[in-house]
Design a protein around this ligand. Structure first.
Ligand SMILES: NC(=O)c1ccc[n+]([C@@H]2O[C@H](COP(=O)([O-])OP(=O)(O)OC[C@H]3O[C@@H](n4cnc5c(N)ncnc54)[C@H](OP(=O)(O)O)[C@@H]3O)[C@@H](O)[C@H]2O)c1
Length: 271
């Protein structure tokens, strides 16, 4: 998401969590607040947000009980999030006004930082890439596919949420490794994008009631690597097709799917 330029009055707009959603969040769970732009203290920098990454993990942070790797967002606090920022003012020896940095300013125009969570980006023609194709989702794809999936030339690799931030990179790396890549995505437009733009060999619509049969037809040699991003019905269609010794990288799923996967995965399948 790209944010507009700073208002001339230097108001800090921020979106805070107003209520805890059950199921899908709606605008009613958030509140837009306006306040003064904070002043950096000694050792701090003032950041202006240029780009904000909206990621699936944020939904878990809205719950009262946080996931293991992050804190729950208190009601009334701004939503956290990875950002690309311009340093507006600095009282920190390692940063100067004008620097482009990767940060965690969250859903707001301005934020203060002590510099510890900032990564200098230097000059980038397209700074938003630091949150996407050169950022956290792409690292997830890279490490998950190459370290755990270990695709070999000729393998069949299936990836869920195939046109998402993680899945789109997974499929492209798998193709570079010489694998046959079958994506699963929501809708005909996304599937066309996966094949025509991302270069996947095939892509199936997860909304199709015949997904399981179509996946079996698209993977006549079974599945050697499955990159899991969603769980549920997609996982149910994949499971019977996993070859002995298949590698399953579980980047994201539902807790119920995880329990079922452990019970039903074939012998020799690493998950
Ligand atoms: N472990 C890590 O370090 C790490 C890091 C980053 C991300 N992740 C996880 O990796 C997964 C993908 O992340 P991302 O950033 O690529 O997400 P994303 O770009 O936001 O894509 C998410 C996609 O998931 C699909 N989806 C949503 N609800 C679904 C449902 N109920 N059933 C099936 N599919 C559904 C939708 O695509 P379609 O409609 O096209 O299917 C949606 O666009 C997430 O689970 C995320 O939490 C893990």
């Amino acid at each position: 998401m790209s944010l507009g330029h700073a208002t001339t009055a230097r108001i800090n707009r921020r979106i805070v969590l107003a209520a805890r959603p059950r199921g899908l969040p709606t605008p009613a769970h958030f509140r837009l607040e306006e306040g003064p732009v904070p002043e950096p203290g000694e050792g701090q920098v003032l950041l202006r947000t240029l780009h904000l990454s909206l990621d699936p993990y944020m939904r878990q942070l809205m719950d009262e009980v946080a996931p293991v790797y992050a804190a729950s967002v208190p009601l009334g606090a701004p939503m956290p999030g990875g950002t690309v920022n311009r340093v507006v003012a600095s009282r920190h020896p390692q940063f100067s006004a004008g620097d482009l940095v990767l940060g965690n300013a969250g859903w707001q125009d301005y934020a203060l930082s002590d510099g510890q969570d900032l990564q200098p980006l230097g000059q980038m023609a397209q700074p938003s890439l630091a949150l996407g194709g050169l950022g956290m989702p792409a690292f997830t794809a890279h490490v998950g596919l190459l370290d755990i999936g270990q695709p070999q030339a000729g393998d069949t690799v299936v990836v869920a949420a195939a046109t998402g931030a993680v899945g789109s990179v997974v499929g492209q790396i798998a193709r570079l490794k010489g694998a046959r890549v079958v994506g699963i995505a929501g809708g005909a437009d996304k599937c066309r994008h996966a094949v025509q733009v991302l270069g996947f060999d095939a892509c199936l619509d997860r909304h199709d009631p015949k997904l399981a049969e179509q996946l079996a037809a698209a993977c006549p040699e079974g599945i050697d690597v499955y990159f899991e991003n969603v769980g549920g019905a997609v996982f149910d269609a994949v499971l019977p097709l996993l070859n002995i010794g298949a590698r399953v990288r579980c980047a994201g799923t539902s807790p119920t799917t995880t329990r079922r996967r452990r019970r039903r995965a074939p012998t020799g399948c690493r998950c």
